[in-house]
Design a protein around this ligand. Structure first.
Ligand SMILES: Cc1cc2nc3c(=O)[nH]c(=O)nc-3n(C[C@H](O)[C@H](O)[C@H](O)COP(=O)(O)O)c2cc1C
Ligand SMILES: C=C(O[C@@H]1CC(C(=O)O)=C[C@@H](OP(=O)(O)O)[C@H]1O)C(=O)O
Length: 390
């Protein structure tokens, strides 16, 4: 599977095209809408999220609730476009309109893509950069991820996640009995966190940052259960699944780091404390004594749960301005902004689940076939039976 996204933040719509989705997969608009709604939530979001009610229109590749094998076309309208039709329209402006409407952005925000994007593409109006570099695009990525999640679910593979840290406040309760328990409890939390005490403190920290005109970031975790062993490969660098996942996570707006399992902590520990012992049991097959390595050895899945952490920096658009330079006058300026999220860590945790789901689903299709969902189910079943007694 591969996918492309197109669309600007305040343009008419976000478009996703996914090629290579197997046929006969049951897929409803509701499956995608559930993920889109999750992505819009979380304490700390700005006023834009009150304008948008993200819902998908499936415009290709699905008939009567089942995929056909043709490319999927997924469209999410930007409701805010109605306020931006002239500024963001594709038609050229009349001279009159140009005078009235043209609000050129010449003041780059530190931490956003504005200045580098303007230099790269030669835009003196940085709206041409910010419109596409905006995390509004994660709507399209989550649409693709939702299809991947549905595919994985059909194969008995579940994806969930939690917020581990916001603004330096750590969740102390990271334990859950199974992934359904994790999902249920994080869905009920405004910051997608299991620790009720930390949840309160996180919300307070977000409110404090907002009051102060500032922003905060955090650390989120994605968990995937039900993976067969041996997905991915060790034979070539660009076939390692953990590397593909790391790339996908790093491509989310504002993500600055990614860890698999213990991650950076592993560099501070002895090997005997890090590596997970291999055990075998009749009926269960091979398993590990613990899961420090987050479900990966040699770029391939071990069959243990996949655990990935990602770190999101604080949102760059600040009410409290940082120093920057107007590219027209070269004068320093103090930014004034209309609106922004003060913290989007809970939303970003949903984005991370979805971009990882896509990479994992793709690796599954590479290994187990990609035409019909029932054939893939059968192949996985056979592989699991074979691997159990290998
Ligand atoms: C869900 C989500 C919401 C975001 N909301 C904002 C926002 O309201 N304002 C902002 O300046 N940046 C926001 N960002 C972050 C920027 O999009 C990001 O910092 C920017 O694209 C520059 O890319 P980089 O931080 O990866 O270098 C958001 C990111 C995510 C994942
Ligand atoms: C629109 C979304 O996020 C946006 C991401 C974003 C940015 O600069 O990345 C800036 C803000 O947009 P605006 O300037 O229109 O308020 C966020 O609201 C979304 O998540 O759907």
């Amino acid at each position: 599977m591969r996918y492309l996204t197109a669309g600007e933040s305040h343009g008419p719509q976000q478009t996703t095209i996914i090629e290579g989705v197997p046929s006969q997969l049951e897929l409803l608009q509701e499956d995608i809408n559930t993920e889109l709604k999750r992505r819009q939530g979380g304490h700390g979001r700005g006023r834009r999220m009150q304008i948008e009610k993200d819902t998908v229109a499936i415009a290709g590749g699905v008939r009567h609730g089942k995929t056909t094998g043709a490319p999927l076309a997924l469209i999410v309208e930007n409701d805010d476009f109605k306020h931006w039709t002239k500024i963001m329209g594709a038609d050229p402006l009349t001279e009159e309109e140009e005078k009235e409407m043209k609000r050129v952005i010449s003041r780059p925000r530190p931490g956003h893509a504005d200045l580098n994007g303007a230099i790269k593409y030669g835009h003196r109006d940085m709206r041409n950069v910010l419109e596409r570099s905006s995390a509004r695009e994660t709507t399209a990525r989550v649409s693709a991820g939702a299809v991947a999640k549905k595919l994985l679910k059909t194969l008995g593979i579940e994806v969930g996640g939690q917020v581990l840290e916001i603004g330096g406040i750590e969740s102390k309760d990271r334990d859950y009995t199974d992934i359904h328990d994790l999902k249920e409890r994080t869905e009920a939390s405004p910051v997608r966190c299991l620790d009720k005490n930390a949840e309160k403190e996180m919300m307070q920290a977000i409110d404090d940052a907002k009051k102060d005109g500032d922003s905060i970031g955090g650390i989120v975790q994605t968990v995937i259960t039900g993976m067969p062993a041996g997905v991915g490969s060790y034979v070539h660098y660009d076939r390692k699944l953990d590397a593909k996942i790391a790339g996908a996570v790093m491509s989310i707006n504002a993500f600055k780091g990614v860890e698999v399992g213990l991650g950076f902590e592993a560099g501070r520990m002895n090997g005997s404390k890090v590596h997970d012992e291999i055990l075998w049991e009749e009926g269960r097959g091979y398993y590990r004594s613990r899961n420090n390595l987050g479900g990966f050895e040699g770029g391939m899945t071990t069959g243990m749960p996949i655990t990935i952490q990602g770190v999101m920096k604080p949102i760059p658009t600040l009410y409290k301005p940082l120093r920057s330079v107007d590219i027209e006058t070269k004068e320093p300026f103090e930014a004034s902004i209309e609106r922004s999220d003060s913290c989007a860590v809970p939303a970003a945790s949903v984005v991370m689940e979805n971009v990882i789901a896509f990479e994992v689903a793709n690796a599954i299709l590479e290994m187990f076939g990609s035409d019909r969902i029932d054939a893939i189910q059968e192949n996985i079943k056979k592989h699991n039976e074979w691997a159990r007694d290998f």
